[in-house]
Design a protein around this ligand. Structure first.
Ligand SMILES: Cc1cc2nc3c(=O)[nH]c(=O)nc-3n(C[C@H](O)[C@H](O)[C@H](O)COP(=O)(O)OP(=O)(O)OC[C@H]3O[C@@H](n4cnc5c(N)ncnc54)[C@H](O)[C@@H]3O)c2cc1C
Ligand SMILES: NC(=O)c1ccc[n+]([C@@H]2O[C@H](COP(=O)([O-])OP(=O)(O)OC[C@H]3O[C@@H](n4cnc5c(N)ncnc54)[C@H](OP(=O)(O)O)[C@@H]3O)[C@@H](O)[C@H]2O)c1
Length: 518
């Protein structure tokens, strides 16, 4: 039975999670000596605990980099492996002496609100992040039977959107995994296997991979690699929605950043809070935006046999980009398909039968192993920790978490969320966000009213929904520079950060542009 130690330790700031976001928060909030709770035995988050042997960064190094801690070989255009990323994060933590804040093997199992701040009081003001007395109590499980309580004025949630809770498909009775005689596992379970066990699982087996995004594509590739030779079996991918996939960051010889990551290219796209004139200009620019998207599509269709395999999406490329869904496809993916090692099926409905998977047209695929690369339940993770009434407002009012500047939920006091805003590099969004957060906590900048923040988040959702039918994530990839401009302005920094107007217009913005105040 768990021993419940109510000898509460009081501190100013608590951070939950020691992945990229938790480390970014720790660095920026270091003067307040935060305590970081990490459920596992190491820092690094998904790069340590949710990666396959073949997992690599999809962003460029110069994008996925802390502004004051360059990659040792930042101009190397290859994508670093997950192990290299863990090394980079560990070096960062050591260099800035962050490990002294981290409590490993410390899982937060319960959070209670003990503050007396009523967020709608005071004319709808949000209130101070550091009110001078504890607002949250946190129960931390440190062993199988020990709970230690802590109390904080301000809590930063960095528990990650991916990993920990798998998204599992739901089936009618008698058609779920229970009727299947083979093995079913989620991509998250697969990522926990060592190389030997992973190869054993796949080699010589008929494998079905459900999904057509990054986890699924990489798993199918590992499956094809384990099934080389005459005894090898094909791996069947179940593709529900066809999305655009990308082989590398070059398009007809031009660098990809030219299309979406410069001030000039983002000028063509709608952004929240824009003037009427800009709205009209955006309408005028519609053919130009479509042209850019078509130009990229023409390259992807030329470079990869998407039409041959029935994988050409029906929507414009821009919609995948604007919803942060773009997956980089491994180099030999289609040569494995050409060899028959990867096969694609596109049913809208499927279910299990005892020997494998059945589709709505009654055709079947035999399987020994079914791997569900069906994504993760990030919001469930938050909801499992947050108490009522906050749990109920997590997605209020639009079904999407309304986070002001990607971090502050207007209806949840003394708490910030880091790692929920997505763009070309989630590391950059987390780091710049935490710079803003540390100034907010220090009282150097003021938040709008609760109503004002709700309005701003609603505008972001509207813009994103107009831009892409796939809007599910808080993705700002088509107006990320404008988002960063607003953060800089609130911090009293200059928004325009390049050395001259030419670079300002046509060179990409990366983390290093935001190293310090200008
Ligand atoms: C395989 C994979 C590859 C990716 N590739 C890219 C990429 O190329 N580019 C990109 O920009 N993004 C990528 N992402 C997105 C990625 O999630 C972010 O870039 C970033 O690493 C997220 O960091 P995080 O700290 O927010 O979350 P996480 O890395 O998930 O870290 C959360 C941490 O919180 C801990 N935790 C959770 N619950 C608790 C609790 N109750 N108590 C204590 N600790 C807890 C977890 O153990 C974990 O260590 C990828 C994601 C995955 C899964
Ligand atoms: N850097 C890397 O190498 C790397 C590796 C892995 C993951 N990641 C990142 O991690 C995050 C999660 O990626 P993910 O691929 O695990 O999850 P994901 O992006 O949520 O994709 C889930 C996939 O499963 C499909 N799916 C879900 N339920 C299904 C069902 N019932 N039937 C058929 N298909 C179903 C989805 O289809 P629909 O499109 O139809 O919903 C989608 O193709 C992403 O941000 C990704 O970029 C990065």
């Amino acid at each position: 039975m768990a021993s419940n130690d109510r000898n509460v330790q009081i501190s100013k700031i608590g951070i939950i999670g020691a992945g990229v976001s938790g480390l970014a928060a720790a660095k920026q909030l270091a003067p307040c000596e935060p305590i970081i709770f990490e459920a596992t035995d190491s820092i690094g988050g998904v790069w340590k605990h949710c990666s396959y042997r073949s997992t690599k960064l999809q962003s460029l190094r110069c994008d996925y980099e802390f502004s004051d801690f360059p990659w040792p070989d930042r101009d190397n255009s290859s994508f670093p492996s997950h192990a290299e990323i863990v090394d980079y994060l560990e070096s960062y933590a050591k260099h800035f002496d962050l490990l002294r804040f981290v409590k490993l093997n410390s899982k937060v199992v319960e959070v209670r609100f003990i503050g007396d701040q009523k967020i709608t009081d005071n004319g709808g003001a949000y209130g101070s992040l550091l009110p001078g007395e504890p607002a949250w109590e946190v129960a931390v499980q440190t062993g199988s039977d020990t709970i230690q309580w802590y109390a904080f004025e301000f809590l930063v949630m960095c528990i990650g959107k991916y990993g920990d809770i798998p998204r599992m498909p739901v089936f009618p009775k008698g058609k779920g995994p229970d009727v299947f005689q083979g093995k079913v596992l989620h991509s998250m379970d697969y990522s926990k296997l060592d190389q030997e066990a992973a190869t054993q699982l796949l080699r010589g087996k008929k494998v079905v991979v459900v999904g057509y995004k990054k986890s699924a594509i990489d798993l199918a590739m590992e499956c094809a690699e384990a099934n080389q030779g005459p005894e090898g079996q094909p791996c069947t991918m179940i593709v529900r929605t066809r999305h655009w996939i990308v082989p590398h960051y070059w398009v007809w010889g031009l660098p990809f950043f030219l299309f979406y990551s410069t001030r000039f290219s983002q000028f063509l796209h709608e952004r929240p809070n824009q003037s009427l004139l800009r709205t009209l200009l955006c309408l005028l620019f519609t053919p130009l935006r479509r042209g850019v998207s078509k130009f990229i599509e023409s390259y992807l269709l030329w470079k990869m046999p998407l039409e041959k395999y029935g994988l050409k999406p029906e929507h414009p490329f821009e919609e995948d980009y604007a919803s942060c869904q773009m997956a980089i496809v491994p180099e030999n993916f289609f040569s494995e398909a050409d060899k028959g090692k990867i096969v694609f099926k596109r049913p809208s409905k499927w279910w299990f039968y005892e020997g494998g998977i059945e589709f709505e047209d009654k055709t079947r695929v035999e399987a020994d192993v079914v791997a569900l690369a069906t994504g993760f339940e990030g919001k469930q993770k938050i909801k499992s920790i947050l108490p009522e009434p906050f749990r109920s407002v997590v997605e209020f009012p639009s079904g999407i978490m309304p986070l002001y500047r990607g971090m502050i939920h207007p209806l949840i006091p003394n708490m910030a969320f880091v790692g929920y805003l997505e763009s070309v590099s989630n590391l950059h969004s987390a780091e710049l966000g935490c710079k803003w957060l540390s100034r907010l906590a220090g009282g150097e900048l003021k938040l709008p009213s609760v109503e004002g923040m709700m309005e701003q988040t609603a505008k972001e959702v509207e813009v994103s929904k107009r831009t892409t039918r796939f809007y599910k994530r808080h993705c700002i990839s088509t107006y990320s520079i404008n988002h960063d401009d607003e953060i800089c302005e609130e911090m009293g920094w200059s928004a325009w950060r390049k050395r001259n107007w030419f670079f300002e217009a046509f060179s990409p913005y990366t983390s290093q542009d935001y190293e310090k105040e200008k």
